[in-house]
Design a protein around this ligand. Structure first.
Ligand SMILES: Cc1cc2nc3c(=O)[nH]c(=O)nc-3n(C[C@H](O)[C@H](O)[C@H](O)COP(=O)(O)O)c2cc1C
Length: 166
């Protein structure tokens, strides 16, 4: 199954990026990474003033994959602001580009996350669970790795996790 990872950390070589690389190495099929730091994506607004930024072309590309994996650090019990801006912009597709919105339905999605706490609070994952249920995308689960600074607190062994790889 072809997979795209959307990386939404403030740093392109931080903990979440390391987890993404680990996932890429463990995957048996082709996995492409799209680092939101390398795209210019503005906030959602009701007048759709950011329509000509990178969001639409990026999303069109993402729709060529069967599975979308969202990778974000936990910042204040939430996804990063970069990731949240990306998620908010999916609203554009529901009113402005309904064809792309329809194409999103049925794509399977999953979550890669890193944080400082040993256990991540439920509210963090629930944002993704509810959003993708609403969008008609089967949610496959989350792989969460806690870090102490830049050191993982547990082995980043993807194979032993409940997370579905392919
Ligand atoms: C602004 C900020 C807020 C954070 N809030 C949380 C938090 O609420 N819960 C948590 O477990 N870790 C929190 N952390 C720790 C990060 O989630 C953790 O260090 C993560 O691995 C950083 O990933 P990155 O290198 O991709 O940014 C926070 C870190 C920052 C910078």
């Amino acid at each position: 199954m072809s997979t795209a990872i959307i990386l939404g950390s403030c740093r392109s070589n931080g903990n979440t990026a390391r987890l993404v690389r680990q996932y890429q190495q463990a995957a048996t099929s082709n996995v492409s990474v799209y680092d939101l730091n390398t795209f210019s994506i503005g906030e959602f607004d009701y007048a759709y003033q950011n329509q000509s930024d990178d969001f639409n072309s990026l999303f069109k590309q993402l729709l060529t994959y069967q599975k979308l994996v969202f990778a974000t650090p936990v910042y204040w019990y939430s996804p990063s602001a970069r990731m949240k801006i990306f998620l908010d912009r999916i609203s554009d597709l529901l009113s402005q580009d309904k064809e792309m919105g329809r194409a999103l339905r049925g794509k399977s999605v999953a979550l890669l996350a890193t944080g400082g706490d040993v256990e991540v609070k439920h509210c963090f994952e629930e944002i993704f669970i509810h959003t993708f249920r609403y969008l008609g995308c089967p949610y496959e689960g989350m792989l969460y790795i806690p870090f102490d600074g830049d050191m993982p607190k547990i082995p980043m062994d993807i194979s032993v996790n409940r997370f579905v790889l392919n």
